[in-house]
Write a new protein. Structure first.
Length: 168
């Protein structure tokens, strides 16, 4: 006699398989549902010479305090996608970097980026510096730099910085 599973058991197995197959954003990329990115309205293509490209300008002038980003990071780490709940293992990062006009305090632009791994937070910093330089030398528009970084920073890294072996 062939082995047959009850219909409800078959449905449960099917549901589990569908859930397991659902795409889950990689931890080196923010969840687009909660972190779509946001820009700073004070920084536009018309104002970059007075803001991000001005020699005296610094991200320190607009960076939110650690008390704000730390509290936000702890709330975000409550999301089940983060199995490591230790805030010390993450940088609260801007999806659209401050260097290219990202919104400093908007939670839609902030996410916990892990330090560990081949595509950890410090790797992405190289891209942010490169995009800033390209914008300030008129090699790339501000909007194009913002799109490149927020859409897929790993692809942008490969295009503007060079080889990247993570995420493949």
């Amino acid at each position: 006699m062939p082995f047959r599973l009850h219909r409800s058991v078959r449905l449960l197995i099917l549901a589990a398989l569908l859930i397991a197959a659902a795409p889950v954003p990689a931890l080196d990329m923010p969840d687009p549902a909660t972190t779509p990115g946001a820009t700073n309205p004070d920084i536009t293509q018309a104002t970059i010479d007075r803001t991000i490209c001005h020699p005296g300008w610094s991200t320190r002038s607009i960076r939110p305090p650690a008390s704000y980003t730390g509290a936000l990071k702890r709330r975000q780490l409550a999301n089940p996608r983060y199995t490591d709940k230790s805030p010390a293992n993450y940088e609260e990062d801007h999806l659209i970097p401050l260097e290219i006009g990202g919104a400093p305090r908007d939670p839609k632009n902030l996410w916990p980026e892990a330090y560990a791994g081949p595509c950890g937070a410090r790797v992405k910093d190289r891209l942010e510096d490169k995009l800033h330089a390209l914008v300030c030398t008129s090699m790339l528009t501000l909007a194009a730099a913002q799109r490149a970084n927020s859409a897929d920073w790993e692809a942008a890294y490969r295009q503007y910085v060079g080889p990247l072996t993570c995420g493949e």
